[in-house]
Design a binder for this molecule. Structure first.
Ligand SMILES: [Zn+2]
Ligand SMILES: [Zn+2]
Length: 166
């Protein structure tokens, strides 16, 4: 028996929550996102599902806790890190460097598009947007420097509309 085995009330082996509500993220099977056609292993799919359900950035350690609570079994951290890396490389998940956390991609945009994250300091909400204007500006900036772009993630911290109103 795994000493870390956890079985919170109401979370028996049969209540392993397979979160399938992807309506607010890019992984709704009805919406052909970047990951369309990608077959995920069960553990990768579960992590993606949990990130979609969370709808906010989740750190690797918190993800381990979420998985442990859902399945009653604590996954090895290395397997969670690897799964998260895979999901990031697949474009299904973004890593927010400023938060050291992971976020399910909010919309199935093209890999080549710059992504802007608006991160609220107060409530932690993150909205994701792409911008053709920023894409053009970055293209000019990179060209002038003879630089070949690989990633283009822009993280903007501040206060969301709801928190400003509060
Ligand atoms: Zn995205
Ligand atoms: Zn906020």
């Amino acid at each position: 028996m795994n000493p870390l085995h956890r079985n919170p009330p109401g979370a028996g082996p049969h209540s392993v929550a397979t979160v399938r509500d992807h309506s607010h993220c890019a992984h709704d099977p009805a919406r052909a996102g970047q990951g369309a056609g990608l077959r995920l292993t069960e553990s990768r799919q579960r992590i993606l599902d949990e990130l979609c359900a969370a709808g906010r950035p989740v750190g690797a350690y918190e993800m381990i806790d979420i998985l442990a609570a859902g399945t009653g079994k604590r996954p090895a951290p290395i397997s969670v890190y690897r799964a998260l890396d895979f999901l990031v490389e697949s474009g299904l998940v973004h890593r927010l460097a400023s938060r050291n956390a992971f976020l399910a991609c909010a919309h199935g945009h093209d890999d080549s598009q710059p992504v802007v994250f608006l991160i609220c300091d107060d409530c932690g909400s993150v909205s994701e947007a792409t911008s053709e204007g920023i894409d053009r500006s970055l293209a000019v900036l990179a060209k002038d420097s003879g630089f070949l772009r690989r990633t283009q993630m822009i993280e903007v911290a501040g206060h969301c509309a709801a928190c400003q109103a509060a």
